[in-house]
Unconditional design. Sequence first.
Length: 95
Amino acid sequence: MAKVKLIEVGGTSCGVCKMMKPMVDKVVSMFNADELEFHYVYGDTDEGKAIMAENSIDGVSKVPTFVFIKDGEEKERFDGGVTLPALRDKIKSYL
């Protein structure tokens, strides 16, 4: 089974991102490291830009944006808030 990579792109001043962080952390904790690799990046920092470039993520205009990568290819992305069940189910769909 190939690992799914989930990258959440946020912003240092994004209130929605900060509010959602505990829920996203909870969802991520439901999966083991063999299944899911998770990165939270600030798209407005040098480190965040480097991780985005490394994963060929461009064109992010809204935060938060969730990017799903499997087998080295971007499979899907969506922006805005998300519920715990929806995020969990979306990760499961790529396992």
